[in-house]
Write a protein that binds this ligand. Structure first.
Ligand code: HSE
Length: 305
């Protein structure tokens, strides 16, 4: 079975651990085959380096747990074309985890619901980030824009983003602090004022996604709780400048997941301008960077051919 597993962008500003957006590009390819041993084999065919020990690989870990829980008679081999850079803030670990959960469900006819698949795939985040936060895996499984309403029991809502919503991702080449570290520095308590601001932002973004109003989405991509703390800790490069650029170009700008990638949303026909300006900003500061001009996309799916 050949699977396409999308990159995802979590948080989108105020939706820390709640919002996720599946992207059309980049994506990983994963070929999954049943093997007679009750085990998991992982092979990297091409692309970025990833752990190949099943217990250390997000997809391998998810597969091992599912083989055990469902007492499956066989195991699987995952052959991975890793195109989503690990530790980039683009849900690289979530993509492999989602592909593994999706494949096992299909290959062994488990009949699991999408929510159950998200629960399994989220286990992969435990080994990569130290917590089973399901925001990236939810959008990787469902596609489009997703919201985690509650984690226990897991409840997810998904909305199709507006058709003319364009997305630009800029990924500066920097040594990234681990997601685990980027989570450890966050406060346990926040001020009421910041909470009120963030609820307003999140409301605007959700309303914009549901009503097809891009202005409301852009306006809602702001956060006073998590992003400023990560920026101050040096985890997000050029944060203030990039936010200012968003205001100047009338684009929504947020940190993608725990960074270092930045996500910009703008009308599809204005994506190139935003991409150019973001690239110019980072290169003028001495960074090398990769830019993706993309859009919201579907969740993990089987390739037809
Ligand atoms: N919501 C998560 C975070 C996404 O910001 O830590 C990172 O995987």
């Amino acid at each position: 079975m050949r699977i396409k597993a999308p990159a995802t962008s979590a948080n989108l500003g105020a939706g820390f651990d709640v919002f996720g957006l599946a992207l059309k590009e980049p994506y990983d390819l994963v070929e999954v085959t049943r093997i007679p041993e009750k085990n998991v084999r992982i092979k990297l065919v091409e692309g970025y380096e990833i752990p190949l020990e099943p217990e250390e690989n997000t997809g391998g870990y998810v597969a091992l747990r599912m083989i055990e829980d469902f007492d499956l008679p066989e195991g699987i081999e995952l052959r991975i074309w890793k195109r989503i850079k690990p530790k980039s803030g683009l849900g690289s670990s979530a993509a492999t985890a989602a592909a593994a959960a999706y494949a096992l469900n299909k290959l062994f006819n488990l009949g699991l619901s999408r929510e159950k698949l998200v629960e399994y795939a989220a286990l992969g985040e435990l080994i990569s980030a130290g917590s089973p936060h399901p925001d990236n895996v939810a959008s990787a499984i469902y596609g489009g824009f997703t919201m985690i309403l509650s984690r226990n029991p897991l409840k997810i809502y998904a909305v199709d983003p507006p058709a003319d919503l364009g997305v630009v991702i800029v990924l500066p080449v920097v040594e990234k602090a681990s997601t685990k570290k980027a989570r450890e520095i966050l406060p346990k308590m926040i001020e009421l004022e910041r909470y009120v601001y963030n609820v307003g932002m999140a409301a605007s973004l959700v309303a914009g996604m549901s009503l097809g109003n891009i202005e409301m989405i852009k306006e809602g991509m702001n956060d006073l709780v998590v992003e400023p703390i990560r920026a101050k800790a040096g985890i997000i490069s050029e944060y203030e400048e990039v936010k200012e650029l968003g205001r100047r170009l009338n684009a929504g700008i947020a940190v993608s997941g725990a960074g270092p990638a930045i996500i910009g949303v703008i009308e599809k026909e204005r994506r190139k301008v935003l991409a150019k300006e973001l690239e110019r900003l980072y290169t003028s500061k001495g960074y090398r960077c990769r830019v993706y001009i993309t859009e919201p996309g579907p969740g993990v799916s089987e390739l037809e051919e």
